[in-house]
Each structure stands twice: as structure tokens, then as C-alpha cells.
Design a protein around this ligand. Structure first.
Ligand SMILES: [Zn+2]
Length: 292
């Protein structure tokens, strides 16, 4: 996981905050940010961000910031060191946690993130090869995802994340009346070699439309899924009975998993998203979801 991680202050545009690069165009415009490695076990986002740094990408207007969010976790070969870096983005949580590596990094990044008008956070998943957006169900996030139009699959999260606050939920991003907007894109599986190329292509597409309509992508059929209730594992012996590829449609009455000796039965015709590998009792095993 540490392969390819440069020195904390490598390359032009370095901000003084480790693994954050920022470029001012000198012309008015939004502050656009691309983040990767919010989870330390997701090297595709890291590869995409570092490739953009190496390519010398620069904003035509406004400011562009490129950041690796949790390099300490990557260096440790882990998803996170002390706590999930994508569940703690609330000021009182960041201020109230004086001990975790992640809260300290959040406080270090916060002054920059607060200035950002348009943010893309690049992730990958355990199982799902198809790239897709994960977005708060707000008009502004839907508009940005629609403008990008790629990937064409959108997972909408009404009310936000069920077990914490994403980076993309931080501050102004969660305020429906503030124009600042942030989206997450899952760019394939953690281990697939293709995921880094997908993440880079998503980032390039994001840069085309972050500051306005940009060139259209023809022949894209956008599909949206609205997340509903989480399925919480009751035992440590939770086993899915359906493919783990994500966005799997099930019919009312289908046995979709065994939770210990108890069958988990679909309460309606639904779609299953975000399957978690080997969930423990009390953890979210997957999310029930509806097409919308
Ligand atoms: Zn992630």
C-alpha cells in the first residue's frame, strides 16, 4: 500500500500541509478539490491524485486542490489507523477527539476543505466493480452527478450516511441552501488494476464540469437508486446468498442472506447495495435500496 507514496511535500504547488497540493489560477472561479485515499486501503484514489499532480493539471479559473486524505493509514497498510476517516466529518467530533490519527488529520485538512466549493472524493469498494456515485439526496449533488453523467449509476443517500458523516457531508456541503457541493465516486474494487484508471477518468470528467456545464456525454442512461434501511447483522455469522456485485435486484420473499441460523428475507422488491465483507454483529451488512 505504501508503494508510490511520494514525500509529503513532493512536487510543485505543495501547500505545507502534507500530501495536499493547491494551484491558484489568478482568475475568479470556484475552489475545486479532488481527494483520494480517504480510506487507506483504496490505492486507486491515491494513484489518480498523484497522476494529476504529475500531469501538472492546473485550473483555468479559481483554485484547484489535490489531496491524499489519510496517507498514515495507507502507510500502515490499513483502511484507517484509529477510526474511519470517512465517518468523522463534524466539527464537534473533530474537536472532541484528541487522540485519533484521523481526527488530527481532519483538523489539519479542515481549513482547506472549508474553502472548497466543488469536491470529488475518490473511493473503491470491496466487491462492486461497476463505478457509481454515492451522493446526499440534494438537488445540487444530483445536478453535479447528472452533469458529469459518468459514471451513470447514482446511489442517493437521503439523510446522509447511516453511521457517521462523510467528507462530502462536511459543513456547507450538507446545507441545501449553500452552493458548495461534494460527491463521492466509487471507482471499482480495491484490488482491481483497472480501478486507478477509472478514478483518473472520473477525476478528469469532474474537472470538465466542475466549473460549468462542460461538454455533454452523449448516450448516457442515468440510473438512480435511493438507499433505505440498513440490514444490520445480528450475529458474526452473516453470509449473503446473492451475488456480492452490488445493485442486485431481489424479489419480495427472497432469502438474501443467512444471519446465523436466521434467514434474511426481502420485505419487498428491492435492490441490494453496499454489501460489506464478513460483517460482525451490530454492523451494517448491506443497504436495502429502491430504484428511483
Ligand atoms: Zn472508501
Amino acid at each position: 500500500m505504501t508503494t508510490g507514496l511520494p514525500g509529503a511535500g513532493a512536487a510543485a504547488g505543495h501547500t505545507g500541509v502534507p500530501f495536499v497540493w493547491s494551484f491558484e489560477s489568478g482568475r475568479p472561479g470556484p475552489h475545486v478539490m479532488i481527494a483520494g485515499l480517504t480510506h487507506g486501503n483504496e490505492p486507486a484514489g491515491q494513484a489518480a491524485v498523484l497522476r494529476l499532480v504529475e500531469e501538472g493539471v492546473r485550473p483555468l479559473s479559481g483554485r484547484l486542490t489535490l489531496a491524499l486524505v489519510n496517507p498514515a493509514a495507507a502507510a500502515a497498510g490499513r483502511r484507517f489507523v484509529d477510526r474511519d476517516m470517512n465517518r468523522l466529518w463534524r466539527d464537534d467530533w473533530l474537536d472532541g477527539d484528541g487522540s485519533s490519527v484521523e481526527a488530527a488529520r481532519g483538523r489539519e485538512l479542515r481549513p482547506i476543505v472549508r474553502q472548497v466549493d466543488v469536491l470529488l472524493d475518490l473511493h473503491t469498494t470491496a466487491f462492486v466493480a461497476r463505478p457509481f456515485f454515492v451522493i446526499a439526496e440534494l438537488a445540487k449533488t444530483r445536478a453535479l452527478a447528472d452533469r458529469m453523467a459518468w459514471p451513470p449509476t447514482q446511489q442517493l443517500m437521503p439523510g446522509g450516511c447511516v453511521d457517521g458523516r462523510h467528507l462530502t457531508d462536511y459543513g456547507r456541503f450538507a446545507d441545501p441552501d449553500d452552493p458548495a457541493v461534494a460527491v463521492t465516486v466509487e471507482c471499482g474494487t480495491h484490488d482491481a488494476t483497472a480501478s486507478a484508471g477509472v478514478a483518473h477518468a472520473v477525476a478528469r470528467r469532474f474537472l470538465e464540469v466542475a466549473n460549468g456545464p462542460g461538454p455533454a456525454r452523449p448516450n448516457v442512461s442515468i440510473e438512480r437508486f435511493r438507499t433505505g434501511e440498513p440490514c444490520i447483522a445480528r450475529t458474526d455469522r452473516f453470509a449473503l446468498r446473492i451475488p456480492t456485485t452490488g445493485f442486485v435486484g431481489v424479489r419480495k420473499g427472497d432469502v438474501v442472506a443467512m444471519d446465523g441460523d436466521r434467514p434474511v428475507i426481502a420485505p419487498a422488491d428491492l435492490v441490494i447495495v453496499s454489501p460489506r465483507p464478513d460483517p460482525k454483529a451490530g454492523q451494517t451488512a448491506f443497504l436495502w435500496c429502491e430504484r428511483c
